[in-house]
Design a protein. Structure first.
Lengths: 171, 441
């Protein structure tokens, strides 16, 4: 089933109105919902039944990659040009661990950022039509993608949860 | 803070970003002149060679390395406040962390200059980077100076990531309220942020992992810096307590710098509702803690010098407290570990003039600490034949002043161009607007 491109956006003054609207719409079978809010809130994620963010996997991969790179870089370059300094072994693990540690953090941080950008679809040039500057200030928005035939039902459900206004976006 | 509404938070914090008055331009210009003078001194040093600085055998590390250690240290409190207190869910950090994090980033900009300034031929700085050099030689990974490059570069990259990630939702608020060229600048910085549940979910997840990565990193960075000294065999440097001693000192000086900057910021931008007296008091309490750790380290250092029964070690200690550099030593003892104890008195730690004055003294004291460690160590090594003195010349002093101007240059730009208090985090601390009136629990 193709994703409907059109939809309705309801704007709410209160957080609990938004949560109520999400619940009612989900019960009525509308699952393609997106909330817009000025602050993050766990209650919104719970109401939308979203799985935990996969960013942590990126962090883990980044850290493992960083540690591997750290060991590979220090050991391989020391073996490549064996030069004894300070009477220490060519492969002297304790000092190399410092490089390993720093690269673990560096790669972990970079992949965390990459994971966030990838999953949150950032950066984006086009702001979604449902966005309204007030949703970054003091209003909560709910964007419901649905077929034109459902507009009346959705409008009624949004208004029953005390939406301040409901308007159409998209084609 | 609980009587504030979301709309009020936007208005108050964005007010600080309105067009600056004449005083701002005057301060900016004066600061810029100092910066230009510092740049001139560096140019002079490059053209005429390192001989124009006071560096001379045996003291080959002077105020440049002092400044390097000092500025890396200043950076540390920002990460403490933004990452470590975030993981501990300390609520009062919301209003102060943006400024503290800006201090971190700009202090690292400053610190990173000093190893370059200290090089006689700064255009060869890339010799420190790991790449295959002539004849297949690589950098020596057993050298603390190479650890330093890795630690400081990682710290700079991660703290910039953390700073800009935290800024994105705030910049989106600014974007919506500006027009023209400014709008385009903020629209670029906001990267198309719109606050959807999907963006928030991944953003929060990434933020907590960045905080978790920054926490061990910050401890490692000043430990690595301390090993630049502790790995050598110079009496007074070759010591196992150096890593914790440096980390505590770093946070001590950084907290003082954050106080030094927050107090005027709060007054100029009328942010009393966000940066309350209790925020300053919390910082003062942290300073008591770090001041006690630093004081303890001074005592342990002395005790070990005596108990080791090592002649050069003990001689060096006596030289430190009575020799040519005794004044900075006693400044360091007084300003870093004794005067901060005044914060035990509630009247002093809740009085803004006292807080400001003591913060400045700690900044001076911590600079002296680094100077004492570096210079007395080198001036008084084993053999009396090789003892010598170091005094900074006008070049050293100008570059040092220029480094402060460089730091304030960035900070002044930050104060006008970016929200100095995090809009989103302050809003998160407020109870969300609810239809049903709930009883505050």
């Amino acid at each position: 089933m193709a994703r409907p491109s059109a939809g309705l956006v309801g704007s709410f003054r209160h957080l609990d109105s938004l949560l109520q609207a999400i619940d009612r719409l989900r019960q009525a079978g509308f699952r393609d919902l997106q909330a817009l809010s000025p602050v993050p809130h766990h209650a919104i994620d719970e109401a939308l039944h979203k799985p935990p963010s996969p960013v942590r996997v990126f962090t883990l991969i980044g850290c493992l990659l960083g540690a591997t790179t750290g060991f590979a870089l220090t050991i391989a370059t020391s073996l490549h040009y064996p030069l004894i300094t300070g009477g220490k072994p060519i492969v002297s693990i304790p000092p190399f661990l410092i490089i390993v540690f720093e690269l673990t953090i560096l790669f972990g941080g970079l992949l965390t950022l990459g994971g966030m950008l990838l999953n949150a679809r950032l950066p984006r040039v086009q702001i979604v039509p449902a966005y309204d500057p007030r949703f970054s200030e003091d209003r909560f928005g709910l964007w419901v993608r649905c077929e034109a035939s459902d507009f009346d039902t959705v409008t009624r459900l949004l208004e029953s949860a005390e939406a301040e206004e409901v308007h159409r976006v998209g084609e | 803070m609980s009587q504030l509404t979301y709309g009020q938070v936007d208005r108050d914090i964005l007010r600080a970003m309105e067009a600056p008055g004449r005083r701002y331009y005057i301060v900016f210009l004066l600061n810029f002149l100092v910066l230009a003078w510092g740049a001139f001194a560096w140019r002079y040093q490059i053209v005429h060679g390192m001989g124009v600085s006071g560096l001379m055998h045996p003291v080959m590390w002077g105020v440049y390395i002092t400044n390097f250690v000092f500025w890396v240290g200043i950076a540390h409190s920002g990460t403490l406040i933004s990452a470590i207190l975030y993981l501990f869910r300390v609520r009062w950090r919301a209003s102060v962390y943006r400024t503290a994090e800006a201090v971190t980033v700009f202090a690292l900009f400053t610190a990173a200059l000093f190893p370059l300034i200290h090089l006689g031929r700064p255009w060869f700085f890339y010799w420190l980077l790991p790449y295959r050099q002539v004849g297949g030689l690589w950098v020596n990974f057993r050298s603390p100076l190479v650890w330093d490059v890795f630690a400081v570069m990682t710290y700079m990259i991660i703290s910039m990531l953390f700073f800009f990630t935290g800024l994105v939702p705030d910049v989106a608020v600014v974007r919506n309220r500006t027009s023209g060229l400014r709008h385009r600048l903020y629209a670029f910085l906001a990267q198309g942020w719109q606050g959807t549940d999907r963006q928030w979910r991944h953003y929060k997840a990434a933020y907590i992992f960045l905080a978790a990565l920054a926490t061990p990193l910050v401890i490692s960075v000043h430990s690595v810096v301390s090993w630049d000294f502790a790995q050598s065999i110079v009496p007074g440097w070759h010591s196992t307590i150096f890593a914790p001693y440096f980390v505590a000192g770093a946070i001590h000086s950084g907290l003082a710098m954050v106080l030094t900057l927050l107090i005027p910021l709060r007054r100029i931008f009328r942010l009393d509702a966000y940066l309350t007296q209790s925020h300053l008091e919390h910082l003062a309490k942290l300073i008591i803690l770090t001041g006690l750790i630093v004081g303890y380290a001074y005592i342990v250092e002395t005790y070990i010098a005596w108990y080791s029964n090592n002649v050069p070690e003990w001689q060096r200690f006596l030289y430190q407290v009575t020799g040519e550099y005794a004044i900075p030593f006693w400044i360091m003892i007084l300003f870093n570990s004794l005067i901060p104890l005044l914060f035990f008195v509630k009247r002093i730690r809740t009085s803004t003039p006292w807080l400001f004055a003591i913060a400045i003294l700690i900044n001076i004291g911590m600079w002296c600490e680094r100077f004492v460690i570096i210079v007395t160590g080198l001036a008084h090594e084993y053999d009396p034949y090789s003892w010598g003195l170091y005094f900074p010349t006008w070049v050293d002093i100008s570059i040092t002043l220029g480094s402060f101007a460089w730091f304030f240059f960035w900070f002044l730009l930050f104060a006008k161009f970016l929200p100095v208090v995090s809009i989103v985090e302050v809003k998160e601390e407020l109870p969300p607007p609810m239809k049903a009136i709930t009883v505050e629990g």
